[in-house]
Ligand binder design. Structure first.
Ligand code: ZN
Length: 260
């Protein structure tokens, strides 16, 4: 699933390219998403002038002059592209001659959805070791599940949560409340650091998800990944292990030698 750095990468391309431009037409594909975009979103976009694109957590927001904003969520594997055809175009809008297309084979994406309540992002001033300590304190849920709960911390999914835990040398299945003060501080730093690096490198393009930016360019964060989707630990070279039970329905690779 596209996480904060991938959505930010998409945002930067669209913002740069379309800020101040007018959306000339909108079309909803068939079959559409599980839930079609609401009429209000279609109306706001059609003929709207793009004031800019913002991001909140993993959500992309198109601000339209005098018409509020329309929220996009890429779902599990959705892509926004400039041009580019596929059998999975669910939604598209035109800016002049250019079509911006929302491709979504798995149909979990949304256009015009409500922005849910989201916690602070690790790069926000509100997110620090004290905040994270408050999130983990007294919680018997796994630290990884807590990191991926968007109401508590916005922006981390499986890739970046796995990598942050590796860098902080903490195993994903540990109960939130079991982390020491030092581990919590290291984890807060690691969350900030992996996301910052992910944004700087234009997101992660892994074999299974194959993230590409709207112009079809891959990211480079996968070169820095130490555990996610790997066979051996990128830090010590040892074998990786998965958790006994999946966390949030997903695998949680970690290194039993590097992480405690
Ligand atoms: Zn290791």
């Amino acid at each position: 699933m596209p996480e904060l750095p991938e959505v930010e990468t998409v945002r930067r391309v669209l913002h740069e390219r379309y800020r101040g431009r007018t959306i000339t037409a909108v079309a909803v594909g068939k079959p559409t998403f599980y839930r079609a975009p609401p009429l209000a979103a279609i109306r706001a976009l059609t003929g709207g002038v793009i004031a800019g694109f913002r991001r909140r957590g993993k959500y992309l927001l198109a601000d339209l002059e005098g018409r509020g904003c329309v929220v996009f969520h890429l779902g599990m594997s959705g892509r926004l592209t400039v041009g580019e055809e596929s059998p999975h175009v669910r939604f598209q809008f035109w800016v002049g001659e250019e079509a911006v297309r929302f491709h979504d084979a798995r149909r979990f994406g949304r256009v015009g959805c409500a922005l849910p309540q989201l916690g602070p992002e690790p790069m926000d001033a509100a997110f620090d070791a004290d905040y994270l300590r408050g999130v983990l304190r007294g919680r018997s849920a796994s630290v990884k599940a807590l990191l991926m709960d968007q109401r508590l911390v916005a922006g981390l999914g499986n890739i970046y949560a796995s990598e942050a835990l590796h860098r902080a040398r903490v195993r994903p299945a540990r109960a939130g409340k079991s982390l020491s003060r030092t581990e919590t501080a290291a984890l807060a730093d690691a969350c900030r650091e992996v996301l910052r690096q992910g944004v700087e490198l234009g997101g992660a393009t892994l074999d299974d998800e194959s993230f590409l930016d709207p112009l079809g360019r891959p990211g480079r964060m996968q070169e820095r990944v130490k555990v996610y989707g790997r066979a051996a630990c990128g830090t010590c070279g040892g074998p990786l292990r998965d958790t006994r039970r999946p966390i949030g329905g997903r695998s949680s690779l970690h290194c039993p030698a590097c992480q405690r």
